[in-house]
Design a protein around this ligand. Structure first.
Ligand code: G
Ligand code: MN
Length: 380
């Protein structure tokens, strides 16, 4: 009998679909959210997955994507109450088997799932004959094993570079941004992040970074704030919100940077998480503002104490009136909201002087100090 995994957060809908599918002769397992489903897919063998799209936490699309990242070819049928072109496109992009809209026609559901299960069984038989023996449920590919090894090696040789942030007006140190580095082969931060995403190990990377920063915080000059980058996924990690985590113990001197580049809309309950981080003593910054991603949407959900102007706005600002007026408006808006502005990526005195004239006081960039091991004093 075909094994189906049904993923649906609404208990009434789940029960209804369960009944329909069971009476049509399918063996059914259920999950009430995406994370639970992913665990089941990781450890079980299913001929098809049927998943709702809109669920708290991991959405159906993200589940589909995670399943594909495990290089599994199990057919996934997506069901949604709110069809949108964008989700349909993404469903196709990540290889959904079919896309059904609610309210689902019972016959269509039964038919689609049976056809998906047959396709899944065929795929499994092909794999088994190809290998000459049944494969373990989730044998990772050779590539993935290698990547996992390199990722582990990189985590072991992880270190943190610190780059100073200064107050121009007072000619004083304001803080340091912590930037992850590794001496291993997978050394560049973008490579590390890409590997963590592919291996679904972002939490391991985030935890390792935060633990290292916490350990080094003891050596930071007194009064200097520590700016730590978060990935949107980190907000889903309970360790981040744990008051006993190493970083939480020094939360009062930490500003968590959340990049405008990541899709915060996909983080469930962002308001509650932000509130909890604040109650632990953390302050929050919106990073890379002006890089042209989510616009100012993140302001409303995060209500940051600090914004960081992206270096694309800073570069050559002295000779570009358009950049100057963008910076001027951002500074005015921030002032009205009581938010501090840090300009990033300053390389020349001309950039610094123009920014100061536009009302910016806090600066970061090679002009004041490159990211380096330890807490080097800035060039003021
Ligand atoms: O996204 P985020 O702002 O966290 O990225 C900071 C990155 O910018 C770091 O990798 C850091 O090395 C780099 N960086 C910092 N200052 C400068 C600078 O003055 N010029 C350039 N080109 N890069 C910088
Ligand atoms: Mn940053």
């Amino acid at each position: 009998m075909s094994q189906i995994l049904l993923v649906e957060d609404d208990p009434i809908v789940r029960l209804a679909y369960t009944k329909v599918l069971r009476t049509s002769g399918l063996e059914l397992d259920t999950a009430s959210n995406g994370a639970e489903a992913l665990e089941k897919v990781r450890h079980g063998q299913f001929d098809a997955v049927v998943s709702d799209i809109n669920m708290p936490g991991l959405s159906g699309i993200e589940l589909l994507r995670a399943v594909r990242e495990l290089s599994l070819d199990v057919p996934v049928v997506l069901v949604t109450g709110g069809p949108a072109l964008e989700t349909a496109v993404r469903a196709v992009e990540y290889g959904a088997y079919r896309y059904l809209t609610k309210p689902v026609d019972i016959d269509a559901l039964r038919d689609t799932v049976h056809r998906a299960a047959e396709a899944g069984e065929r795929a499994r038989r092909r794999r088994e004959t190809a290998a000459g023996a049944p494969l373990p449920a989730l044998a990772p590919s050779e590539d993935e094993l290698q990547l996992a090894e390199r990722f582990d090696a990189a985590l072991e040789r992880l270190w943190i570079a610190f780059q100073p942030i200064v107050s121009g007006g007072r000619r004083s140190l304001f803080g340091y941004e912590a930037l992850v580095r590794s001496d291993a082969e997978l050394g560049r931060p973008d490579q590390l992040l890409a590997a963590a995403e592919r291996l679904a190990r972002l939490a391991d990377l985030g935890r390792a970074i935060r633990a290292r920063v916490a350990a080094e915080a003891l050596d930071a000059p007194p009064g200097a704030l520590l700016f730590v980058n978060l990935h949107a996924r980190d907000l889903e990690d309970p360790e981040l919100l744990d008051p006993h985590s190493p970083l939480s113990r020094v939360a009062r001197r930490v500003v968590l940077e959340i990049t405008e580049r990541t899709a915060l809309v996909e983080v469930s309950d962002i308001g509650a998480k932000v509130e909890r981080l604040r109650s632990l003593g953390y302050r929050l910054a919106v990073d890379d503002l002006g890089a042209g991603y989510a616009g100012l949407a993140s302001f409303a959900s995060i209500q940051p104490e600090v914004v960081k102007l992206d270096m694309s706005l800073v570069r050559g600002v002295n000779g570009n009136v358009l950049k100057q007026s963008v910076v001027r408006s951002m500074v005015r808006l921030a002032e009205e909201l009581g938010i501090l502005v840090i300009s990033e990526g300053i390389e020349s005195r001309e950039e610094r002087e123009t920014l100061a004239a536009l009302g910016c006081d806090l600066f970061q960039g090679y002009l004041f100090g490159k990211p380096a091991r330890g807490f080097l004093p800035p060039v003021l």
